[in-house]
Design a protein around this ligand. Structure first.
Ligand code: VGL
Ligand code: ZN
Length: 200
């Protein structure tokens, strides 16, 4: 059992990010058994849930653009996605086999219609907090172990923000899967290593 200063953060293991889902990540469902097993080693477990209102600004359909094209938002460049993880929809639910009982906290993100939120800590303006940092600080948590979907988006941005906030961060790569278009996985690996995130 890890000390209670070490939290497991499980990122976005939701139906829409698994095969058959609206924004399917190849092999996204394969990580569920490994994550379920990891939960037994952690006294503190937190799940994140991508949770968008219909018509979210990060949806290509909202912008009248092609999915996987990039647009410019007031906060910077933003990838446009197929509609996914709409609040209350079946695609927004956790993968049916993911254990949710061990979770102390389920933190939702992406609910602000005007700003996407890859990171579990800040929305994509890199300013608006989700509240997770305050929660972790209040509980005295200093070490984070991360797994989930997708390695090159929500896992990467969560790990980078966590490292910049001063947490000791490790990402369990075999319990993650990537979207990986045009080298985004390799770039994420390099960027995470640069800020001393440990990839294990
Ligand atoms: C994610 C794209 C859009 C993720 C969420 O969980 O990595 N990616 N929303
Ligand atoms: Zn999303």
């Amino acid at each position: 059992m890890k000390p209670n200063t070490n939290a497991l953060i499980v990122i976005d293991v939701q139906t829409d990010f698994c095969p058959g889902g609206a924004l399917a990540v190849a092999g996204g469902d394969e990580i569920v058994p490994a994550i379920n097993a990891m939960m037994d080693d952690f006294a503190v477990c937190i799940l994140t849930q991508d949770w968008h209102p219909a018509g979210h600004s990060s949806f290509a359909s909202t912008q009248g653009a092609d999915p996987f094209s990039e647009t410019q938002m007031p906060y910077g460049p933003q990838m446009l996605w197929p509609d996914h993880c709409i609040q209350g929809s079946s695609g927004a639910q956790f993968h049916p086999d993911l254990r949710t009982d061990p979770a102390d906290l389920i933190i939702r993100k992406g609910y602000n219609p005007a700003i996407d939120s890859y990171s579990a800590f800040f929305e994509n303006d890199h300013k608006t907090p989700t509240g997770l940092h305050g929660y972790l600080q209040t509980r005295g948590i200093t070490h984070l172990t991360m797994a989930g979907l997708a390695t090159d988006y929500c896992v990467q941005f969560s790990a980078l923000d966590a490292a910049n906030l001063g947490y000791d961060v490790e990402v369990v790569m075999n319990a993650c899967r990537a979207i990986d278009f045009g080298g985004t996985l390799d770039a994420a690996i390099t960027t995470m290593r640069d800020v001393k995130v440990r990839l294990v």
